[in-house]
Design a protein around this ligand. Structure first.
Ligand SMILES: N[C@@H](CCC(=O)N[C@@H](CS)C(=O)NCC(=O)O)C(=O)O
Length: 209
């Protein structure tokens, strides 16, 4: 498999952690977003949505989106499930993962992409340009702060986000928490449970990636 990655971006990091947790072997190709390589013809031919991550399988099928890559890896490497072992767990993990994207990852992107001078006219990822809307940056940052508060509240007395096992929800939430630094949101002293949970995840080798 070929994994199209970028070491500075959160979305490929989610897939990179998932790959590592599954002990999957792959070659990696780095796409330099700072040089807009995702918009060049070579990468556009691989992923016309011009985003990373993408995973090219041995039969040349290209999977894009964390959702697609995770679904494939879970089916191809079923040991140690990350998307849930039972029907109920699968439902809970999918729901949490979606809400972490909506309440955490998208607001970080909104805060960053609508304010950063380097992302002028790139307020939304993809092949088309979109102008920045500064009000969305302020709203996004406030939503990220609320995400930290709610995650902290949820993690009281829990080691992981869902059930007693590590799952995709932990990966997505931890990547969001780490990347929030870019919009100057960090765990505060009162986020005791969030800090404890994140410290626990740091023991996993996949999190050093
Ligand atoms: N929903 C996609 C999001 C992918 C995404 O937004 N990737 C960003 C990097 S974090 C990207 O490719 N950005 C390209 C750009 O900024 O033009 C997923 O889950 O994989």
């Amino acid at each position: 498999m070929i994994f199209y990655d970028c070491l500075t971006a959160p979305s490929p990091r989610r897939a990179r952690i998932f790959l590592a947790e599954k002990n999957a072997e792959y070659e990696s190709v780095l796409i330099d977003l700072s040089k807009a390589e995702q918009l060049g013809d070579a990468y556009r031919a691989i992923n016309p949505r011009c985003t990373v991550p993408a995973l090219k399988l041995d039969d040349d099928t290209v999977l894009t989106e964390n959702a697609g890559i995770a679904a494939y890896l879970e089916a191809a490497y079923p040991d140690k499930p990350l998307l849930g072992a039972t029907a109920t767990e699968k439902g809970l993990i999918a729901a949490w993962n979606s809400s972490i994207e909506f309440d955490g990852l998208y607001p970080i992107a909104e805060a960053l992409r609508n304010a950063s001078p380097g992302l002028k006219d790139r307020a939304i990822t993809g092949p088309d340009n979109h102008a920045q809307i500064p009000e969305l940056a302020a709203r996004g940052r406030r939503r990220v702060e609320l995400f930290f508060d709610r995650l902290n509240e949820h993690l009281k007395d829990r080691e992981f986000i869902i059930t007693d096992a590590f799952s995709q929800a932990d990966i997505s939430a931890a990547v969001a928490v780490d990347f929030a630094r870019i919009v100057k949101v960090k765990a505060q002293e009162h986020h005791v449970d969030l800090i404890r949970w994140r410290a626990g995840l740091a023991q996993r080798p996949s999190f050093s990636l």
